[in-house]
Design a protein around this ligand. Structure first.
Ligand SMILES: NC(=O)c1ccc[n+]([C@@H]2O[C@H](COP(=O)([O-])OP(=O)(O)OC[C@H]3O[C@@H](n4cnc5c(N)ncnc54)[C@H](OP(=O)(O)O)[C@@H]3O)[C@@H](O)[C@H]2O)c1
Length: 285
């Protein structure tokens, strides 16, 4: 089966391609130069040419702060694109795996978020991702929406790479300690998505919402502290409050996801975020 991957140059897209190449699974992953994600006609033609049997949407406008100044573009990629994709997949009777985010929640929960918990995004990024989810759900397509959190990998721009760079340049890092979530290695999410899609035991039916994060809980401060420790950096990592580091976009102060349902349904393996971080950092030397 040929799988169409959108967002192939992103963190998750590249991890998916690594694994699919290793497993000799067929895929097509057009880049920006081959497909304009805002062009409905181009997307239509791509379906006719590629004739995919499944689609993974790993494309997203992920610049959380910049989205506050570019709400229209964020909406095009995070809402309109998945809406179009869902209609096309429905028309072709193929499954769509759409990736979403913990930032659809407001952070006021006092327990890990379940997939059925109400959305209440506090940023433009979160709002546009929430609208994308709703459009996929309303389309009647089969497949799944998988929410994840705090993604990092050996590819692209992410918190791990930023901490490694700043930790080598500066004597001290001041990192927010009152926002809590779960760092998730994009390679582990890619494994979970492929297990779900190619699982022989489950034919994908009506679209469902799932959560997938690595295990455990951390603040950005904890995450930074362990990144610097694992790299052997002597930088001092100092905890600060959200109000001491103002950003254009508000972020949920708590966005831990309950991944149990997804893990159990597809018999997925899932490791602690610290173990996953150690693994990823061996790829960053
Ligand atoms: N990153 C996180 O911390 C995080 C947390 C929770 C959920 N998620 C979700 O996880 C999924 C994967 O995230 P990621 O970190 O892998 O994203 P990423 O590294 O930012 O990659 C996003 C992909 O979308 C493409 N894209 C974005 N805007 C585009 C445009 N206007 N035209 C063409 N292509 C465009 C990018 O292409 P270029 O490379 O050409 O820009 C890239 O391939 C997304 O749905 C995201 O919302 C991410």
């Amino acid at each position: 089966m040929t799988c169409l991957i959108l967002g192939g140059s992103g963190q998750l897209g590249r991890c998916l391609q690594d694994r699919m190449t290793a497993l000799q699974l067929e895929y097509v992953a057009p880049g920006r130069d081959q497909l304009d994600l805002q062009d409905a006609e181009a997307l239509h033609s791509l379906f006719d040419t590629v004739k995919p049997q499944a689609v993974i949407n790993a494309a997203a406008y992920t610049a959380v702060d910049k989205a506050e100044q570019e709400p229209q573009l964020a909406a095009e990629i995070n809402h309109i694109l998945p809406a179009r994709l869902a209609q096309l997949c429905k028309a072709h009777a193929i499954p769509l795996i759409h990736i979403s985010t913990d930032y659809v929640f407001d952070g006021t929960s006092c327990r890990p978020y379940a997939p059925s918990d109400p959305r209440n995004p506090v940023s433009v990024y979160g709002q546009t991702k929430a609208e994308g989810e709703k459009a996929v759900l309303q389309s009647g397509v089969k497949g799944g929406i998988i929410r994840t959190s705090w993604l990092y990998s050996e590819y692209g721009h992410n918190f791990v790479k930023t901490m490694l760079r700043l930790g080598a340049e500066r004597p001290q890092l001041r990192i927010v300690a009152d926002q809590v979530g779960t760092p998730t290695y994009a390679g582990d999410l890619a494994d979970a998505i492929l297990k779900m899609l190619y699982s022989a035991d489950h034919s994908l039916s009506d679209v469902d919402i799932y959560h997938f994060s690595n295990q455990g809980v951390a603040s950005w401060y904890d995450f930074a502290w362990h990144i610097c420790r694992l790299k052997g950096l002597s930088v001092e990592v100092q905890p600060i409050r959200t109000e001491d580091y103002p950003t254009p976009a508000q972020r949920p102060c708590y966005s831990v996801l309950n991944s149990t349902g997804f893990i159990d349904k597809f018999a997925l393996s899932n490791r602690h975020w610290l173990e996953a971080l150690e693994h990823c950092m061996t790829k960053l030397v």
